[in-house]
Design a protein around this ligand. Structure first.
Ligand SMILES: Nc1ncnc2c1ncn2[C@@H]1O[C@H](COP(=O)(O)OP(=O)(O)OP(=O)(O)O)[C@@H](O)[C@H]1O
Ligand SMILES: O=P(O)(O)OC[C@H]1O[C@H](OP(=O)(O)OP(=O)(O)O)[C@H](O)[C@@H]1O
Length: 224
């Protein structure tokens, strides 16, 4: 008999894409899944329970075993450095992480200040470039920092590029492409391997189908 799996879902931007993917994989979610205020919701046709968490908390729930599985943005995973297995790129909620600033910003020096919601990732990136910078942690509206002189540049998510453009900022360097990933608690993976592998298998198929669909729409040929 299947063992129950607890899945940590990120509320907010990723939620709808993730719910669509789960439905495509044959998991029956209640009709009001996307609109409910409930924080724990069960699937209707299988032994699966979903906990609805703040995106940044998903790796924590999975690392400490509050959930067997989770869905989280690669940006969140790079910053959290949690002890979880990253098992599948779901290909949803795509965006990228970049360095951005005013077009005429000063050249980098040791007094260079970087504002970001991702302090560890930003520090790692500049360290790898051999540059010493001061990282200032903010929790949102990161684009404000260079505009009011709090920082020389920012490290933040870029999706459409609209926020940068409307604030007179430009992208300077791309750090990393971002999509959402499926993560698994290592102990759960040992104890519930068959059920988790079955879910990974179904989602892998859906991700492949979606990729093929995208390629057909854009007319791009891919090597398989
Ligand atoms: N334009 C975007 N801006 C931010 N995150 C995006 C964007 N596009 C996709 N994402 C993905 O969505 C996730 C963030 O989702 P969301 O904005 O709902 O969470 P949050 O940052 O915790 O929200 P809040 O702004 O309420 O703190 C990121 O981790 C990233 O992987
Ligand atoms: O390239 P775009 O499509 O404009 O998207 C990027 C913007 O979206 C995110 O901000 P969010 O809306 O989450 O606001 P916050 O960071 O102020 O919470 C991100 O931090 C950028 O500011």
């Amino acid at each position: 008999m299947a063992q129950e799996l607890t899945v940590a879902m990120p509320k907010g931007r990723i939620f709808q894409d993730a719910a669509k993917l789960l439905r495509q994989a044959g998991i029956q979610l209640p009709a009001d899944f996307e609109n409910s205020r409930k924080l724990i919701i069960s699937a209707e046709n299988c032994s699966m329970k979903f906990i609805l968490a703040k995106p940044v908390d998903v790796p924590t729930y999975v690392e400490y075993g509050g959930a067997d599985i989770g869905i989280a943005g690669k940006d969140v995973l790079m910053e959290a450095e949690s002890d979880v297995y990253e098992v599948l790129d779901l290909g949803i909620s795509a965006c990228h992480l970049a360095v951005a600033g005013l077009p005429d910003a000063a050249k980098r020096s040791s007094a260079y200040k970087v504002a970001t919601k991702y302090p560890k990732t930003a520090a790692r990136y500049f360290r790898e470039q051999g540059e010493q910078v001061e990282v200032i942690t903010l929790n949102g509206s990161i684009e404000l920092a260079p505009l009011i002189g709090l920082a020389d540049c920012i490290v933040d998510i870029v999706s459409t590029g609209r926020t940068l453009k409307e604030n007179g900022l430009v992208e300077k360097e791309k750090i990393s492409d971002i999509t959402s990933r499926l993560i698994v608690n290592p102990v759960s993976y040992r104890l519930k391997k068959a059920d988790i592998d079955q879910l990974i298998g179904k989602l892998t198929e859906v991700v492949k189908e979606n990729l093929n669909g995208m390629d057909q729409k854009s007319g791009v040929e891919v090597l398989k």
